[in-house]
Design a protein. Sequence first.
Length: 313
Amino acid sequence: MARILITGAAGFIGSHLCDRFIKEGYDVVGMDNLITGDLANIEHLFPHKRFEFYHHDVSKFVHVPGDINYILHFASPASPIDYLKMPIQTLKVGSLGTHNLLGLAKVKNARILVASTSEVYGDPLEHPQNENYWGNVNPIGPRGVYDEAKRFQEAITMAYHNFHGLETRIVRIFNTYGPRMRQEDGRVLPAFFSQAIRGEGLTVFGNGSQTRSFCYVDDLVEGIYRLLLSDYALPVNMGNPSEITILQFADEILKLVNNPKAHIIYNPLPIDDPKQRQPDISLAKSLLDWSPKVDREDGLKETYTYFKKIVAN
Ligand code: UDP
């Protein structure tokens, strides 16, 4: 059976990918430096004989003995407050880390899929965003360390593909949610669930009119699985096109949690916060016959079950 290396294995999306590839019968090598990942996300995999784990920072030379057939590069801080706390690590994992993994893919003759992001579109001037849009990114703003690292990641991945003939895949991931998101990662869904469960104010930034489109993690994992096994090397958007304002999102969470003490409060809008974001997924639909299946109501219920367990009231 094939052997796959998954970086960022202890993170939110990485851990779900580990589960999926174990289920599909692969030998899975997880790798994480645990600066934002949490071993609790993959603890259940350690007894599995097809799972092994390396505690390693992929920004440094990566060595894995034995054959590797596939690599999924999902290591990176991934929320705006993480970039502020760890700007250099964020830049390094997207640039040096990607370079190391491309080098590893080359010596192992492996196919590599890298996790890119809707952030490559910045604060978009086109709506919805399709893969041909070049983006509107501030390179020196607070998000620049992530956005530019991911843009560099796409460039070097295409260079290895074109120059070395490496088999590469690029997924541009839009806002994704589900169990195993870090409670304190500052992103909107963990923040709102934690605040609603504790009966606090839900911190809507700005007037809440900015939009996002939220994709349930199982749908994303299915798309990534199909993309990896496809033969398409250019970037592919993945996300759920169902778009809502952040204020509507706060209302949905208030209704679901139904804590009479919870309410909405307004905080200042962070610098360079994109005003709207919605993926155009027609490419993924036609290429991979993929589209999201879980609607927000069901996805939020599943996610609420998880947050109820981890948030101390
Ligand atoms: N946001 C908010 N309150 C919070 C956290 C985030 O209103 O406590 C807003 C944020 O300003 C942004 C949206 O929710 O417009 C999504 O933010 P997140 O950090 O989850 O991810 P982004 O899509 O901005 O990378």
